[in-house]
Design a protein around this ligand. Structure first.
Ligand code: GAR
Length: 203
């Protein structure tokens, strides 16, 4: 059977991309990372794609007159490569509603907070300022509203008195990788069902 073709969109260091590549490299895994797209020419994550022999494309959002045109260029690239499913992994661009609609239930994001708490940026700082005792990460299907959509999985982290935004980010990162690997497995093995705003998954 042919493998599910996954594209990963990145803007930076790409540690979540690396985790996805590791997961997909398991023997007989039913999905492959078939394409990486970056909007940053110097994104550190490109090295992970190169090392794994995965094709990557740089699309400079600044070269497009508007968000819609940039997103449609990405969409065309995804179609050309026969991509089935898209993972956002530190892709720091808001996507147009047209793009989100075209990839409905085929587009997932990882966010460094326990959504619906702290959508947007600076999540670790805001968690500390708010005084929450638990922090974490969320993987969700992407909808038009930023950092919202049916939740697939979450990982939690206990906030310690001595935590800083940096220590929270560092302690959360391995949990992000775990959550995104788990999500890739659920999707590749088709062990999920989106029911309205809820996602059912099973072993
Ligand atoms: C991750 O912490 C991810 O959750 C966050 O960017 C980082 C990317 O790290 N994403 C967002 O903030 C999206 N709103 P990585 O490049 O090492 O995967």
């Amino acid at each position: 059977m042919s493998k599910l073709k996954i594209a990963v969109l990145i803007s930076g260091r790409g540690s979540n991309l690396k985790a996805l590549i590791e997961q997909a490299s398991e023997p007989n895994f039913p999905a492959e990372i078939a394409l990486v797209i970056t909007n940053k020419k110097d994104a550190g994550g490109i090295a992970h794609a190169e090392k794994a022999g995965i094709p990557y494309v740089f699309l400079d959002h600044k070269a497009f007159t508007n968000r819609h045109d940039f997103d449609m260029a990405m969409h065309a690239e995804l179609l050309t490569r026969g991509i089935d499913f898209v993972f956002l992994a530190g892709f720091m661009r808001v996507l147009s509603k047209e793009f989100v609609a075209k990839w409905h239930d085929k587009l997932v994001n990882i966010h460094p907070s326990l959504l619906p708490a702290f959508p947007g940026v600076d999540t670790h700082e805001r968690a500390l300022v708010t005084g929450v005792k638990f922090h974490g990460c969320t993987v969700h299907f992407v909808r038009e509203e930023v950092d919202a959509g049916p939740i697939i999985t979450q990982e939690i982290l206990k906030v310690e008195d001595k935590d800083t935004p940096e220590t929270l980010a560092a302690r959360l990162l391995p949990l992000e990788h775990k959550a995104y690997k788990h999500t890739l497995r659920l999707i590749a093995e088709k062990r999920y069902l989106v029911k309205g705003n809820r996602v059912e998954t099973w072993d």
